[in-house]
Write a protein that binds this ligand. Structure first.
Ligand SMILES: Nc1ncnc2c1ncn2[C@@H]1O[C@H](COP(=O)(O)OP(=O)(O)O)[C@@H](O)[C@H]1O
Ligand SMILES: C=C(OP(=O)(O)O)C(=O)O
Length: 722
């Protein structure tokens, strides 16, 4: 079998009558998660409550459009909805970043959401001028653009795409332009199709014939002034769990973002890299290795990737993330539900196939932001996910993960200097991580366009690319965005964080043991969630010495955490357990359990910790619990701070899990926990009434009590919240 072949999803049950039988209602939550974009259609408390009850687990605020005050109100409403439903919801902030926009006049509606004036028509073959002239007004022949240096990026023969925000490429507001001439600030183009331009219009500087690289706007600064201001403000005033990094082009972008967050009290905020163009696909491994999660922005990607490659690119990207244990999210699921209460057949099939491909979460855009059916959208997508999850072959996924991890480790042993990373190698054998390399040395001259783009960097430092569509939201006095100097390959050198040792209650044995011994990877330096066996190739390209890279490799090939995580999944399957419980401190162990996709929920138990922050003390844990809400199979549970321990805590967790329908009385439960600082695997059983831990499992109880006696936990009652 060649690497290009897909694994088959052959349904064991081909009996159509039984497939068509209505589902008996299951209270077990879907494995996959649904993220919704907040906007005019879904920011009131009532709708948010309904969406949370329908299963939305994370909400995105997109800085591309709308004022800071508008988004703050959306988040305040979300907090209220969360209190009402007693459900957690992760909060994601999406940057404007390298997004280019057409400036158009707008008014504010009664809630403060910007609404554009009437749209206009553009006819096939007509001349259209895209201009950086700040005084120009949008019309059918002139499109003023938000980025001052746009004209420098273009050359005759380029293709530009102008499309409606969150609906790229698929509606009547999609316009393709061919660049004919550049005259000062003006890019003179010819329209390649008829289009009705309406709403907020984003621009993509698309493929330049011949060089195979597209979306050259990736050489713009990573964050706009507005982004920087908004991120700092939101971190101060809200609990932000993730930043979506728009147009991430390499792992270096993620490091840069990490540094910005660390410098601005955002140490707990995790980074989701948005993969939106060819360059990001070429640099996929460095991006996925550096980020905490990845979004495949399928709308924007659809403009760069040929239709015939789309499905395979999606599968490959998802599989790569799966192998890294990195959460992967896709966009553009049920666009038609922005207008209709029922999705199309193609959309329903697409969602289900993504579940079978192994995706973690689905991110809604226009459907919830400005669609007519936000609640039905969440319900529909989750219903499709549930059905597809029933058909998902958990066992073969597990086997694949094990086999590939072993294979990769072997490959690395054979050739640690060979760069395997990227599944879309550019022609001519160029370094896949061209942008990362560009920090250290100039972009290869062979990339004619890229060389030109690099020369732009110095001018961008003073360039205006400050705000969505125009500069209305930029506070006066904010410094301009400067391309950052390369971050000092600053990757905290930590190992698993667990002491090595054998589990007193469960030993990793059987066929998986062999795999565990060879497993690469839980000692990732950058992402806090998971591991990257091949991070070393990225590190090497960032200037790390061969010896350091080699030592990272050796270290990463022996991971007890991954061994325990995979064994927990195997044990749950072998014992027909109903639930896996995983205590979570950083989330690394839980994400590795999720990597192996057990056929049972993974309850991630977060016991908040009091940590010192300078002179102040801060209770940490809530954000981590919410961060699990974009990850497949994970159900976070937050224990009350400093309360509960040992089998008292576990009993209450089990009782809550039974009430929630996660596990049934008498079922076995596999637990991943620490005992005297050592990570161990344990098995317990729910009692007959479903009120807690079956008491005769002495070994487990005593292990847990030992931890309790160490004094880091107490025996009080706990308040648990999902
Ligand atoms: N038996 C237990 N009783 C109470 N707390 C526990 C127990 N086992 C683990 N924990 C806590 O849960 C967290 C798990 O952290 P760790 O095992 O390092 O996982 P991660 O991979 O998420 O960092 C730690 O804070 C640990 O103190
Ligand atoms: C960029 C996004 O998605 P897409 O490219 O799929 O429209 C998004 O929703 O932020």
């Amino acid at each position: 079998m060649t690497e290009r072949q897909a694994k088959t999803h052959f349904l064991e049950n081909t009996d159509l009558s039984s497939i068509l039988e209505p589902e008996t209602s299951s209270s077990r939550p879907a494995e996959c998660k649904v993220i919704a974009t907040l906007g005019p259609s879904c920011r009131d408390v009532e709708t948010l409550v309904a969406m949370m009850e329908a299963g939305m687990t994370a909400a995105r605020v997109d800085l591309t459009w709308g004022s800071l005050e508008y988004h703050k109100q959306s988040l305040r409403n979300l907090q209220q909805a969360s209190q009402q439903t007693k459900r957690m919801c992760a909060v994601i902030l999406d940057t404007v970043g390298r997004e280019l926009m057409i400036r158009r006049d707008f008014t504010l509606d009664h809630e403060g959401w910007p609404v554009h004036m009437e749209g206009f028509d553009i006819k096939d073959k007509q001349q259209v001028t895209v201009t950086t002239d700040a005084k120009a007004e949008a019309s059918s022949s002139v499109l003023p653009i938000s980025y001052q240096h746009f004209a420098h990026m273009c050359q005759p023969g380029d293709t530009l795409f102008v499309g409606r925000y969150l609906v790229n490429g698929a509606d009547q507001s999609s316009l393709y332009l061919e660049v004919k001439d550049i005259k000062g600030d003006d890019v003179i183009c010819t329209a390649l199709n008829d289009a009705h331009m309406d709403g907020l219009l984003t621009v993509i500087h698309s493929e330049r014939e011949g060089d195979g690289m597209s979306s050259l706007q990736t050489d713009l600064p990573l964050l706009t002034d507005y982004d920087e201001q908004a991120i700092k403000t939101f971190i101060k005033e809200f609990e932000i769990d993730y930043i979506n990094l728009t147009y991430t082009s390499s792992g270096m972008d993620v490091y840069e973002m990490r540094e910005f967050l660390d410098d601005n009290n955002g140490e707990n905020v995790k980074i989701i890299a948005k993969v939106e163009n060819l360059e990001a696909l070429h640099n996929f491994d460095s991006i996925a290795g550096a980020a905490d999660a990845v979004i495949l922005s399928r709308g924007n990607l659809g403009l760069d990737v040929a239709p015939e490659k789309t499905a395979v690119v999606q599968k490959a990207a998802i599989n790569r993330c799966n192998l890294l244990g990195r959460p992967v999210i896709i966009t553009r699921l049920v666009d038609s539900m922005a207008e209709a209460p029922r999705c199309t057949r193609a959309e329903a099939t697409d969602v289900a196939n993504a579940v079978l491909d192994g995706v973690d979460a689905m991110m809604m855009g226009a459907e919830t932001l400005r669609g007519k059916y936000p609640v039905e959208t969440v319900r529909t997508v989750l219903a499709i996910c549930r059905q597809a999850e029933l058909a998902f072959d958990h066992e073969s996924h597990f086997d694949r993960m094990m086999a590939r991890a072993m294979q990769e480790d072997e490959d690395m042993m054979l050739d640690s200097s060979h760069h395997h990373g990227d599944f879309l190698s550019p022609p001519g054998g160029q370094s896949p991580d061209s942008r990362a390399a560009a920090y250290a040395r100039p972009v290869p001259e062979t990339l004619e366009g890229a060389a030109k783009a690099v020369s732009l960097k110095s001018t961008e430092a003073s360039g205006s690319h400050g705000s969505p569509a125009d500069n209305h939201y930029v506070q006066p006095g904010l410094p301009p965005v400067h391309p950052r100097t390369p971050p000092s390959a600053r990757r905290p050198g930590s190992s698993d964080g667990h002491t090595e040792g054998t589990s007193p209650s469960f030993s990793a044995s059987g066929p998986s043991q062999m795999g565990h011994a060879r497993f690469s990877g839980s000692s990732n330096r950058v992402s806090s969630f998971g591991s990257l066996p091949r991070a070393m190739s990225t590190a090497a390209s960032l200037g790390e010495t061969a010896a350091a890279a080699e030592s990272r490799r050796t270290e990463s090939s022996m991971s007890k955490v991954e061994s325990i995580a995979s064994t927990a999944v195997r044990a749950a399957a072998k014992m027909d357990a109903g639930l896996i419980i995983c205590y979570a401190g950083t989330g690394r162990t839980a994400s590795l359990v999720a990597k192996y996709r057990p056929n049972v929920p993974i309850l991630t138990l977060v016991v908040p910790q009091l940590r010192s922050k300078g002179l102040a003390w801060e209770l940490e844990g809530r954000s981590l619990a919410r961060q699990f809400l974009i990850m497949r199979g994970l159900i976070p549970m937050l224990a009350a701070p400093m309360q509960g321990a040992g089998d008292s805590l576990l009993s209450q967790v089990l009782s809550a899990a039974v009430k929630r329908g996660l596990v049934e009385p008498k079922q076995h439960v596999v637990c991943v926990l620490s005992v005297r600082g050592d990570l161990v695997l344990n098995v317990c059983q729910v009692d007959e009434k479903g009120s807690g831990l079956k008491s005769n499992l002495a070994s487990l109880g005593s292990e847990l009590n030992l931890t309790a006696q160490q004094g880091n936990v107490s025996q009080h009652e706990v308040a648990l919240s999902f």
